[in-house]
Design a binder for this molecule. Structure first.
Ligand SMILES: Nc1ncnc2c1ncn2[C@@H]1O[C@H](COP(=O)(O)OP(=O)(O)OP(=O)(O)O)[C@@H](O)[C@H]1O
Ligand SMILES: [Mg+2]
Length: 363
């Protein structure tokens, strides 16, 4: 349905896309993942011709849309676009937002556009908001309207660029549910997202972007469980493991907790679990282990989340004398940590200068 050949996009001081070659089939649901700045948004914007490619070709249903002679507006009608920031018209109510393009571009009558708009709103649970203005809606509701507005054009593919990243965490679920529904109905979708569990469960293909292109392309199982290429392997490992080396008692505790929360969000770990992990880290690492360590010390903290088993493990490795944290004189802190854990184990080790290993399964 869409064929991309040797696509290149160059800016004055960045070339996010060097050579992209991919084929998108009808009914594909593609999650686009990868580090920040690797051209995920640029790729989606090029497909929709919101950006003009520097070189290369994009074919939609056999028609070369990068050709100067091509009618861009006609092609754009085949593609719906959903942005992070909704982009609704604030001076129009919900149904007017939805009816505008179908009347204007598809030449639908007012009644037709209205009826179809209401029908679509019903499918996302928002029919009763048809006459509200965007500023009277929550973020999640606005994004559902933006999705309906794209659907109202009866597009062949919908391109979504981080559709839930501007939302309050409590509203992510409702928007993801709507997108999941579209995927089930067989629509062709391409979604840039940093929410990896969602990326995995919704897609039949995953594009990992890096090095100026689609660096690795595979099924969710291939990319998330058995990535083949070096950068993908590193990215996937980093997703599942949050690791931090502490070498000063004055380390940035707030920053650490923020990073741990971000790790939790990426993996969609329940906020309760992350809260317990923070508490275990505070009580065990900060209150029990840190006071025992010498002036020059190293304490390595790692969190690893398994999506399949929905389990979060914390490991602490530290140098110095052997010290079994379970024998800490700080019984109160230990009791708090124990309360938030399924198990706390200790082992003596001798690895990279570390002498002690504590493994905690977070509740
Ligand atoms: N209009 C522009 N002018 C100049 N440089 C740009 C422009 N748009 C993007 N870039 C650069 O192109 C690169 C890729 O940007 P892009 O927004 O596609 O990345 P991304 O993968 O979507 O990142 P993120 O995950 O942070 O959204 C970046 O280095 C960015 O600074
Ligand atoms: Mg982006």
């Amino acid at each position: 349905m869409i064929t991309i050949r040797h696509l290149k996009k160059e800016y004055a001081n960045a070339t996010p896309l060097k050579d992209v070659n991919v084929e998108i089939h009808k009914g594909d649901v593609i999650s686009v993942i990868g580090p920040s700045g690797t051209g995920k948004s640029t790729l989606i914007r090029c497909i929709n011709l919101l950006e003009t490619p520097t070189s290369g070709e994009i074919f939609v249903d056999g028609e070369c849309i990068t050709d100067k002679k091509c009618n861009i507006n006609k092609v754009r009608q085949k593609m719906g676009m959903v942005f992070q920031s909704f982009n609704l018209f604030n001076h129009m109510n919900v149904i007017e937002n939805i009816m505008a393009a179908p009347m204007d571009l598809l030449k639908k009558s007012k009644q037709e556009a209205y009826d179809y708009g209401i029908e679509l709103l019903r499918t996302v649970g928002l029919a009763d908001k048809a006459f509200n203005y965007p500023d009277q809606l929550s973020g999640g509701q606005k994004q559902r309207v933006a999705i309906v507005r794209a659907l109202a054009m009866e597009p062949e593919i919908i391109l979504l660029d981080e559709p839930t990243s501007a939302l309050d965490p409590t509203m992510v679920g409702e928007v993801q549910a709507v997108i999941r529904d579209l995927a089930r109905k067989g629509l062709t979708l391409m979604i840039v997202t940093h929410e990896m569990r969602f990326a995995r469960e919704i897609a039949n293909r995953v594009f990992y972007m890096d090095e100026g292109g689609v660096y690795e392309d595979g099924t969710p199982e291939e990319i998330f469980d058995n990535p083949k290429k070096e950068k993908t392997i590193r990215f996937i490992k980093h997703l599942k493991v949050f690791e931090h080396l502490i070498t000063s008692k004055d380390f940035d505790f707030i920053g650490f907790n923020t990073d741990l929360e971000e790790f939790g969000r990426r993996n969609q770990v329940a906020p309760k679990t992350i809260y317990r992990a923070q508490s275990v880290f505070e009580e065990l690492a900060v209150q029990c282990v840190l006071p025992k360590l010498d002036k020059d010390f190293k304490l390595n903290v790692a969190f690893e989340y398994s999506q399949e088993e929905e389990t979060l493990f914390m490991t602490l490795k530290y140098d110095g004398d052997t010290f079994d944290v379970r024998n800490t004189p700080n019984v109160i802190s230990f009791a708090i940590a124990e309360n938030a854990s399924e198990s706390i184990e200790y082992a003596e080790i001798d690895e990279d200068g570390f002498k002690n290993l504590v493994t905690v399964k977070i509740k």
